[in-house]
Design a protein around this ligand. Structure first.
Ligand code: GLP
Length: 260
């Protein structure tokens, strides 16, 4: 079965350069934060790591500095973390998020949530349930930012992950570990497991924005949009979400047959 083209509700926004794409996404985030803050409401953002969101985080930092975009009323939940890494490990997502965003904005430390890489095995199930509960207690995700892995993962929901999955520990796909190997100075140093929000956790977000840049993402973007939802390409479940948009550059869009 082919669910290609116009059947899915995902809006595809293509740009010649990621620099213009991240302006659009930053506009959306800024409007959301300001509109909710004006009503004394917090904004709950689901955040992603990887190279894809870095330019967006730089743009948000720029707006914080120049336009006084405040993150005082923002609560964040990160998608995932490598198991076995201390927060101060240079490749931990805790470290990444602080380096790339949190150290440069005015978000209260207590509003930041990143899955821990150091939970004892016996405690992981209850830790993951608590993470889900914390998202619900915050009022649910208003906006979820995503990248996409070449395995078709969102967060670290590796194939096979279905639409009912929740926050849990997973085993990383060989492609994911291979892609991470240079940053870890070799495959042997790449963790084998991670904690990730589930596909269902992501799909509960009111709004989802996926970023993808470059030729290396063209094949998986095409599969994500053209294949029927299945655990083999977890990102395909985004087709079932009513308010998802992809912000991708022309290279990442190059595997799509129909112009967007
Ligand atoms: C990691 C993260 C994902 C991210 C992916 C893509 O696997 N867990 O959330 O989407 O990397 O990374 P990049 O943006 O560097 O291509």
């Amino acid at each position: 079965m082919n669910n290609s083209g116009k059947n899915h509700p995902i809006k595809i926004h293509t740009f010649p350069e990621k620099s213009s794409a991240v302006i659009k996404v930053a506009d959306e985030i800024e409007t959301l934060i300001k509109s909710r803050s004006s009503k004394q409401q917090k904004t709950v953002l689901g955040l992603a790591t990887g190279s894809s969101p870095i330019a967006l985080y730089q743009e948000l930092i720029r707006r914080h500095r120049n336009n006084k975009l405040s993150f005082q009323n923002v609560i964040t939940f990160n998608l995932d973390e490598y198991s076995g890494l201390q927060p101060d490990h240079p490749e931990s997502y805790w470290h990444f998020m602080h380096q790339q965003l949190f150290n440069h904005i005015d978000i209260p430390q207590e509003n930041i949530h990143i899955p821990s890489g150091t939970v004892a095995t016996a405690d992981i199930a209850s830790y993951c349930q608590d993470y889900e509960q914390a998202i619900r207690d915050a009022g649910g995700l208003d906006f979820q930012l995503l990248g996409i892995g070449r395995s078709g993962h969102i967060g670290f929901n590796e194939p096979p992950s279905d639409q009912h999955t929740r926050t849990r520990q997973v085993t990383l796909h060989p492609i994911t570990r291979e892609d991470a190997a240079p940053a870890f100075n070799g495959l042997d140093h790449v963790p084998t497991k991670a904690i990730t929000m589930g596909v269902a956790t992501v799909l509960d977000a009111k709004r989802i924005a996926l970023l993808a840049w470059g030729q290396a993402k063209a094949e998986i973007i095409a599969k994500t949009l053209n294949q029927a939802p299945s655990p083999e390409v977890p990102a395909t479940y985004l087709q079932t979400h009513p308010n998802t948009a992809f912000f991708i550059d022309h290279e990442a869009a190059s595997g799509l047959s129909t112009p967007c």
